[in-house]
Design a protein around this ligand. Structure first.
Ligand SMILES: O=P(O)(O)OC[C@H]1O[C@H](OP(=O)(O)OP(=O)(O)O)[C@H](O)[C@@H]1O
Ligand code: HPA
Ligand SMILES: [Mg+2]
Length: 185
């Protein structure tokens, strides 16, 4: 798909590239300050969506941290959570005793994070905290604590900066609302 066609599928730019940059700076500074004296930090990104967020935040941090990824899917090619988590690939790190910081792109129903927090605790993580770039509180079905939040957004299906529809749009450098004409038929 050509970039110009992609832009035609976006009905509204919700968060610009510049707004993202400055929020990522803020989040990284706060996390670096809070974790400056914490041992055994491990930053975990939830693929695929959070790849962009994890790299962008850890790259801006002023403390050293290992990173690892877990690939989870509950949306597949659709726009509603299936309420079933598929573990596409697991962490390579043993999280027992680690102070884990999960970096997510979006908390929508809360199902994914609710599952992941419980799973990391079951594996013996010493602490589990969450950074989410976006939260869509109107859609929440499972309460999840968000320790570091970028933006609260309205109940719209968004794409860009990691977020997809049918695996497209992830590499947009802004966050936009997907025009309903794309999925209406
Ligand atoms: O709060 P929830 O309703 O669980 O939704 C949030 C999750 O949904 C998306 O992942 P998705 O299942 O689309 O996988 P992907 O990151 O590979 O696109 C997103 O990246 C979050 O991980
Ligand atoms: O609004 C969204 N966009 C893309 N992926 C998502 N996964 C949960 N919510 C969303
Ligand atoms: Mg997705």
């Amino acid at each position: 798909m050509k970039y110009d066609d992609v832009k035609d599928s976006i009905s509204q730019v919700l968060i610009s590239h510049e707004e993202l940059d400055s929020k990522l700076d803020e989040l990284a500074a706060q996390i670096s300050q809070d974790y400056a004296d914490v041992d055994n930090l491990l930053c975990i990104g939830v693929l695929k969506g959070a790849a962009y967020t994890l790299v962008s935040v850890t790259r801006r941090m002023s403390i050293s941290t290992p990173v690892d990824f877990m690939s989870l899917s509950s949306y597949g090619s659709g726009m509603e959570s299936s309420h079933t988590i598929t573990v596409r690939s697991d962490l390579t790190t043993d999280v027992a005793g680690k102070n884990v910081l999960i970096l997510e792109d979006i908390v929508d129903s809360g199902y994914t994070l609710n599952w992941l927090i419980a799973e990391l605790k079951r594996r013996g993580a010493a602490s589990v905290k969450v950074m989410a770039l976006l939260s869509k509180p109107e859609r929440r079905e499972y309460e999840v604590p968000i320790d570091y939040l970028g933006f609260t957004i309205p109940n719209e299906f968004v794409v860009g900066f990691g977020m997809d529809y049918n695996d497209h749009y992830r590499n947009l450098d802004f966050i936009g609302v997907l025009d309903p004409k794309v999925y209406a038929n």
